[in-house]
Design a protein around this ligand. Structure first.
Ligand SMILES: [Zn+2]
Length: 222
């Protein structure tokens, strides 16, 4: 969207060896700091293999306002499956995803509450696509996060499996469209801000991103 107020960067990180392609997206919701800060940091990562295509600040107008939505509304409801997209920004982002021809797509988000404790919020969860072995990947990463990161005293912060994204054409979630139209692994990752300081949110969001990439053969080396 060069030349508009929604212009935002697309970055590519290449590993030295051949390998899969991952797309990493942050800032679909402009007040979800963990997502866009970790995606922005990833543009400087070294990886051992493959290719990482990063859109760290997807909804830059919303980020500048520190608001969930930009002028076009909730960006992560603008990716219906099997249909043309109605907003320029959603079209531009989907264009990046399609052009990358990804093996895996990761979309980073932040929740406010805890799973089962706060019914309005999804809590800490990973929502995988049905495609590409993503459900098994999500199970593995959820277990790893709960074993290695979430203190045993914080049982309500344990990560959970979100709804599997398969044949719902109308949710408008990016990962849903990834499933329906690309048929590859996709993940929407939600970290909570509830009782977690930003530093912890960033550390856990980084860990989830690294673990999901590792499952797809891309290892962070620096
Ligand atoms: Zn979000």
């Amino acid at each position: 969207m060069a030349g508009t107020d929604r212009e935002t960067g697309v970055y590519e990180v290449d590993g030295s060896a051949e390998g899969p392609t991952a797309v990493l997206i942050g800032g679909m919701h402009g007040n979800e700091i963990n997502g866009y800060r970790v995606a922005a940091a990833a543009t400087d990562w070294g990886i051992d293999a493959g290719r990482l295509v990063v859109v760290p600040l997807a909804n830059i107008v919303a980020i500048e306002r520190n608001a969930r939505e930009g002028p076009g509304g909730d960006l992560n409801r603008q990716f219906p499956g099997g249909r043309d997209l109605e907003t320029d920004l959603a079209r531009a982002i989907w264009g990046v995803v399609e052009d990358a021809d990804p093996d895996v797509v990761i979309d980073l988000h932040r929740s406010r509450g805890l799973f089962e404790t706060h019914p309005r919020w999804v809590g800490q969860a990973i929502f995988p696509t049905r495609a590409g072995g993503a459900v098994e990947d999500a199970e593995h990463v959820i277990d790893a996060m709960n074993d290695r990161y979430v203190p045993s005293t914080m049982r309500f912060h344990r990560f959970a499996m979100g709804n599997v994204q398969d044949d719902d054409r109308d949710s408008g979630l990016l990962v849903q469209k990834v499933h329906l139209e690309l048929g590859v692994a996709g993940f929407l990752a939600e970290l909570t801000e509830f009782l977690l300081d930003l530093e912890t949110q960033l550390r856990w969001t980084t860990a989830i991103t690294e673990l999901l990439l590792e499952r797809h053969g891309i290892r962070r080396i620096a």
